[in-house]
Design a binder for this molecule. Structure first.
Ligand SMILES: Nc1ncnc2c1ncn2[C@@H]1O[C@H](COP(=O)(O)OP(=O)(O)O)[C@@H](O)[C@H]1O
Ligand SMILES: Nc1ccn([C@@H]2O[C@H](COP(=O)(O)O)[C@@H](O)[C@H]2O)c(=O)n1
Length: 226
């Protein structure tokens, strides 16, 4: 296997060369996990852009696999714990990833943060050379973990994550400063400590502000070239 990732700055990893694809059926499955606001989506998009110049690639968000919540009242939906593993339909995500690995297309759900519900329409995903999945809870369950060929963890300090989340949630997800603060204290922070942070132990590669870039580059090369 020769898949060389080069980090050019703290948010960019470029795939330089990919002569042999790792994973089953010529498909590489990459997970990007970490706290909310750590830059998973941003990083996943960078990776997507770098790979798609030469290879077909699917970018998938775990958030689209939040449970549908159709029976809940507005109040219940607003106050739900969205940072607990049970909030996700991980079995559906597993099924879809396995289908894509097997060469089948899937109809993937689309989630709306404003209504806390799945949209009625779905998006058809066709098998590709690479699948990048980003989300807060991808490494908690063994049955998901073992599907990934490369597991990345974004280990960004929580204060930075919170600042980013405040801006993003107010601008893009229809939240208020008060609602972000309340949700952060009640569920986001405690669930991070209990479920998100420990996933770092399962990552092949941890992306941290504190780690020197040269060190990171060396680690990734060592890891990927094995
Ligand atoms: N390295 C970075 N520096 C500054 N802002 C960033 C960085 N990474 C992400 N952001 C911004 O922070 C917000 C949250 O990033 P996002 O990628 O959505 O995080 P996540 O998917 O982990 O929740 C977005 O508005 C994004 O533009
Ligand atoms: N209806 C929902 C669903 C999820 N959230 C929050 O989203 C976070 C995960 O998404 P990121 O892009 O930030 O990783 C998670 O921390 C949930 O609290 C929400 O607020 N409402």
């Amino acid at each position: 296997m020769l898949l060389v990732l080069e980090i050019s700055n703290a948010q960019k990893i470029y795939i330089r060369e990919c002569e042999k694809i790792l994973g089953e059926n010529n498909l590489v499955l990459i997970s990007i996990t970490g706290p909310s606001g750590s830059g998973k989506t941003t990083f996943a998009k960078e990776l997507h852009q770098a790979i798609c110049e030469n290879r077909s690639v699917i970018l998938l968000s775990e958030d689209n696999y939040y449970k549908a919540n159709t029976c809940l009242t507005e109040e219940q939906k607003n106050n739900r714990n969205y940072d607990h593993p049970s909030a996700f339909d991980h079995k559906l995500l597993e099924k879809h990833l396995k289908q894509l690995k097997a060469g089948d297309s899937v109809k993937s759900p689309i989630y709306c943060y404003k209504t806390h519900q799945r949209k009625e329409r779905t998006v058809e995903l066709r098998p590709a050379d690479f699948i990048i999945v980003e989300g807060i809870m991808l490494l908690n369950k063994q049955y998901l973990r073992e599907l990934f060929d490369l597991k990345v963890f974004m280990d960004v300090p929580l204060d930075i994550c919170l600042l980013r989340r405040i801006q993003r949630d107010i601008n893009e997800r229809g939240r208020t400063l008060n609602s972000v603060a309340q949700q952060y204290l009640e569920t986001v922070r405690p669930m991070h400590n209990e479920f998100i942070k420990p996933q770092k132990n399962f990552a092949d590669f941890t992306f941290s502000e504190e780690i020197d870039i040269d060190f990171m580059r060396k680690r990734v090369m060592e890891l990927i070239l094995l």
